[in-house]
Design a protein around this ligand. Structure first.
Ligand code: ATP
Length: 372
């Protein structure tokens, strides 16, 4: 006979063809995905794309218009929120200000009738896991922003949920603390080995923390992948534009041969690409062209080329934006457009300065074009 573990699904969460309409607004439009056990999954998209609505359906606060949601292999559509083994951390955290840390964490356990000794053990254990063993008797107002964040997570995790939903929980923190909390959240997820679903419109949060990210746009998932896949192999122009920085041009395909596409931007820049993504592309087609700044080599025109690239153009440095190890240079190109390139700053004579004549070079393989 099959054991329980053999029957268990490999997924903590499975959403199939989820739709949600509010009147004529399609907030979520045919979304399907699975989340493997114990992973960090982010839903990343601009404001209004449907992230919160999707999250609320998973939590049970909202019913899908159609589609199915399964947690650990069982449909939860007819299960009310408090009976789903799902917990949610909100941006405002919703800690009880009149209770101390211990009482905040113990609250859910008391509601389900856990006995006192067991509550004591569980609260102590979860405080150890979040590396705050000594704050049990503190009042909420005596905690720092980062500590409150961890207590909000501990209060959920003490209930041992199948899935923890986090709705932009870092939104209210200042920049420095957000940076620290990104790493902290990732470590906490590892520590608990529970599936976290994180929704955000901040790409750097999603890329840093997640095992997998879904890019959401106008109610649909455009692409699901590991952060590095989304960055290096975007499948739609929306993903290419939303994840990472890019130079972006509107243009068209002027010719196609065995080595790739000859492209011309509307302003008249000519370049080649071997990276046509998605839809089939042919001569005459309007395209969006993307080249990431870090793939463009910028050198003073007076210095000889090392290996060059299939694409090359002349320009003049307009400004240099210092950013530690790298700088971004804004180069005024031959038809007056600004092109961004990243350069390593050595502090030597070959560092670029405003007014320098430069040659920009990049490979055809780094030139992505999508049917417009
Ligand atoms: P944000 O990041 O700004 O919170 P979001 O990606 O979470 O945005 P949702 O809040 O899910 O987006 O909203 C998706 C769409 O559904 C929007 O057009 C929104 O106006 C609409 N919507 C959401 N909830 C309702 C509701 N209860 N009634 C009517 N329309 C709604």
């Amino acid at each position: 006979t099959l054991t329980d573990s053999a029957l268990e699904t490999a997924y903590d969460l499975e959403c199939s063809n989820i739709h949600k309409s509010f009147g004529s607004v399609r907030a979520v439009d045919d979304v399907s995905f699975t989340i493997p056990k114990g992973s960090f999954f982010s839903i990343l998209g601009p404001s209004g794309c449907g992230k919160t609505t999707l999250m609320r359906m998973i939590a049970g606060f909202e019913d899908p218009t159609s589609g199915d949601i399964q947690i650990k292999g069982k449909s939860v559509l007819n299960t009310p929120p408090n009976k789903r083994n799902v917990k949610m951390v909100f941006q405002h955290l919703a800690l009880f200000p009149m209770m101390n840390v211990y009482e905040n964490i113990a609250y859910g356990l008391r509601c389900v009738g856990t006995d006192k000794a067991e509550i004591d053990r569980k609260v102590k254990d979860v405080l150890d896991r979040i590396a705050l063993p000594d704050v049990a008797n503190r009042e909420i107002h005596q905690l720092s922003g980062g500590q409150k964040q961890r207590i909000a997570i501990a209060r959920c995790m003490v209930m041992d949920p199948d899935v923890l939903l986090l709705d932009e929980p870092l939104g209210a923190l200042d920049l420095k603390l957000r940076e620290a909390m990104k790493i902290e959240l990732k470590l906490l997820q590892h520590q608990f080995n529970t599936t976290f679903i994180y929704i955000t419109h901040d790409q750097s949060e999603a890329l840093v923390m997640s095992d997998h990210v879904a890019i959401m746009n106008e109610g649909r998932f455009e692409q699901i992948g590991r952060p590095e896949d989304l960055y290096h192999n975007p499948q739609t122009s929306f993903v290419a534009g939303f994840v990472g920085d890019s130079n972006r041009w509107a243009g068209r395909v002027v010719a196609e041969d065995a080595s790739g596409f000859r492209l011309e931007t509307d302003a008249g820049l000519v370049m080649t690409s071997v990276r046509a993504v998605g839809q089939r592309i042919s001569a005459g087609q309007n395209v969006s062209i993307f080249v990431r700044p870090e793939f463009i080599k910028a050198r003073k025109t007076s210095t000889p080329s090392a290996d060059g690239g299939e694409n090359s153009l002349q320009g003049r440095v307009d400004s240099v934006l210092f950013n530690g190890a790298n700088s971004r240079v804004l180069v005024r190109g031959p038809v007056g457009e600004l092109i961004e390139a990243d350069v390593v700053v050595t502090g030597g004579a070959d560092d670029l300065r405003a007014g320098d004549d430069v040659t920009l070079e990049w490979s055809a393989a780094q030139t992505m074009c999508f049917a417009a």
